[in-house]
Design a protein around this ligand. Structure first.
Ligand SMILES: Cc1cc2nc3c(=O)[nH]c(=O)nc-3n(C[C@H](O)[C@H](O)[C@H](O)COP(=O)(O)OP(=O)(O)OC[C@H]3O[C@@H](n4cnc5c(N)ncnc54)[C@H](O)[C@@H]3O)c2cc1C
Length: 556
């Protein structure tokens, strides 16, 4: 970027600006396999600063903004070539609480707020945002909106898109707009406006109303999806004209990875925390019965159905000292004691291929235990599997720790290799798991890869993390080849290439495996309606190519 442009940019906002190569290198990575050195990093202090930066960029061709929060994105969507705008550093905090009822509450928050801080506040009033991801200790709520994040409670509660009540978004003219679901009368008013907002609504209305059948057919059938723009959730012709969500533009923004505008404020709907929870743990010596077993478990409506594999258990046992625990020595001893069964499994060679964690929550112990006992009997009688009924929260914590730490354990102990996050978020309807998983594993085995599997078994969404040697030039071709093979397989089973981590640089080139050319064209039209100059996070969601992905894979 030219020094005079940098100088002008510096003068339009308050906050920090970095061009130091060390800082640029730091911001050149997220949690994906890609690396891009930006030209400058900006940390605006206020929303006014964000607006000024957007205005500046729209008036200076050749610049673009990749908005970034905690940078834990696994798809390469938090990195970019031009300006990185870090909203995590200063744009944090709870704005206000809205109505607080018995069954739901509303809260408004700034996008750079860490989820962990947000949760402390919501829990203080007995509520939570149930779409929190496994990265809940390090991510932000703005990143959750950017990726339409989901996690261990999504089986019951759904993805982030379901909990966004309204948004404030800074659009391409640098002004902030309030976006919420509209009824028909409200929509008509917007369509009649002769300004940027009116133009935007007219353009999106045209896309969704003139292509209703195409869009309806494009909607992925999996219970979760973060691929593409969620055109199918904005409007459908079955929506009642009187209903308050006749037309909902927030659905286009959620999961759009900062490609349509910059979210400056989020109002979330929260749900009450259940008082009691208990868990049934199932140890599977083989993956064979996974399909029918998951189907049977789902008939009991568990709150969560999560899983981790033998590789994760081996790592957890070998490095159990690294697992998060309180600093006190007795807490460490307690952890060691809790791990006795796992130590024993490893010693005796009886490590299960997959462990399923089935959690039930409710308001009374009796209500939950009745369900768990019936499910336990069914699993033992029909599938002859070993189970453990966990009633104490401290014991449940051990299993949750292994599940949540599976990625970190692998990352820290990869021994000369790195985790390659690129095909880590596929989802297929759970009934196809028995055929899908062996074929998926076959692809990985054909490349001689070590990998771990952990994930959301209940929704058919598995996180597979292969280890690769990034210094070996072969890994670049392998990543591309494996992506193609895995996504062909996903398409065969009518799945999605990404359930919750979204497209970014890594997956957007493969959206054609899921969507028709016409739907891909509609994605481009939506992007143009919001951002005709391509100033917001270019090359993510639309305009992505395999070559660009390949050229930006980490090589060290
Ligand atoms: C160990 C680990 C486990 C993970 N587990 C999960 C999981 O269980 N489920 C899951 O969904 N994800 C998971 N992720 C991925 C990631 O952590 C989440 O998607 C998270 O919500 C991203 O938050 P972030 O603050 O890091 O966002 P970033 O990585 O900074 O950004 C994510 C995307 O949102 C966009 N964005 C950020 N702020 C804004 C804004 N203000 N306006 C518009 N767009 C914005 C960015 O441009 C980017 O495209 C995991 C990642 C790691 C490293």
């Amino acid at each position: 970027m030219k020094p005079e442009i940098l100088e002008q940019l510096r003068s339009v906002f308050n906050g920090d600006m970095y061009t130091d190569p060390v800082v640029l290198k730091e911001y050149s990575r997220d949690a994906s396999v890609c690396e891009i050195i930006p030209q400058v990093v900006l940390c605006p202090k206020t929303i006014e600063d964000v607006k000024s930066i957007v205005k500046f960029v729209s008036n200076n061709s050749g610049l673009s903004i990749t908005v970034r929060a905690a940078g834990t994105d696994m798809s390469g969507a938090a990195i970019g070539e031009s300006i990185i705008m870090d909203v995590n550093k200063y744009i944090q905090g709870i704005v206000s609480w809205g109505t607080i009822g018995k069954n739901e509450a509303e809260i408004t928050v700034l996008p750079g707020t860490f989820y962990r801080d947000f949760e402390k506040e919501t829990m203080s009033k007995g509520f939570f945002l149930p779409s929190y991801p496994a990265s809940k200790l390090i991510n932000t709520v703005g990143g959750m909106v950017g990726n339409n994040s989901a996690g261990e409670k999504t089986l019951t509660y759904g993805q982030t898109e379901k909990y966004v009540r309204s948004l404030k978004v800074i659009l391409r003219d640098g002004n902030e707009y309030f976006i919420k679901p509209l009824n028909k009368i409200e929509l008509d008013k917007k369509l009649a406006q002769n300004d940027l907002e009116g133009e935007l609504y007219k353009s999106v209305w045209k896309i969704v109303s003139e292509n209703a059948d195409e869009i309806k057919n494009a909607k992925p059938i999996t219970s979760k999806n973060s691929a593409g723009f969620a055109l199918w959730n904005i409007w459908n012709d079955e929506n009642f004209k009187e209903s308050d969500d006749f037309f909902d533009l927030t659905k286009a923004i959620v999961g759009s990875q900062g490609t349509l505008g910059i979210v400056s404020e989020i109002t979330f709907k929260l749900v009450p925390v259940h008082l009691k929870s208990q868990m049934l743990v199932v140890f599977m010596p083989s993956l064979d019965p996974i399909g029918p077993l998951v189907k049977d478990i789902l008939t009991f409506s568990p709150t969560s159905l999560e899983s981790y594999d033998e590789e994760t258990i081996k790592l957890a046992v070998k490095y159990f000292r690294d697992l998060p625990h309180q600093a006190k020595w007795w807490s460490f001893l307690k952890l060691a004691w809790d791990f006795m069964p796992e130590f024993q499994m490893v010693r005796s060679g009886g490590i299960p291929k997959l462990v399923l964690l089935i959690e039930f929550t409710g308001d009374t112990e009796d209500e939950i235990s009745e369900k768990i006992k019936k499910l336990d009997a069914l699993i033992k009688d029909k599938y002859y599997l070993k189970t453990e009924y966990v009633t104490s929260p401290s014991k449940a914590k051990k299993f949750w720790t292994i599940r949540r730490e599976s990625y970190n354990l692998l990352r820290k102990h990869a021994e000369g290799k790195k985790i390659a996050t690129f095909i880590e978020d596929v989802i297929v309807p759970p009934e196809h798991l028995p055929e899908f998983i062996p074929q998926y594993r076959e692809i990985l085995h054909s490349y001689n890869l070590t990998y771990s599997i952990a994930g959301h078994a209940g929704s058919g969404n598995f996180h597979v993390f292969p280890l690769m040697d990034f210094k070996n030039p072969e890994h670049i071709d392998n990543i591309i080849e494996i992506s193609k093979k895995v996504y062909n397989l996903v398409a065969q089973y009518k799945g999605s290439i990404t359930a919750e981590h979204s497209d970014g640089i890594v997956r957007a080139p493969f959206l054609s495996k899921m969507f028709t050319p016409k739907t891909l064209e509609l994605f481009v039209e939506l992007k143009k309606s919001f951002d005709p100059q391509n100033i917001f996070n270019p090359g993510k969601k639309v305009g992505a190519t395999v070559e660009y992905f390949k050229n930006h894979i980490i090589r060290e």
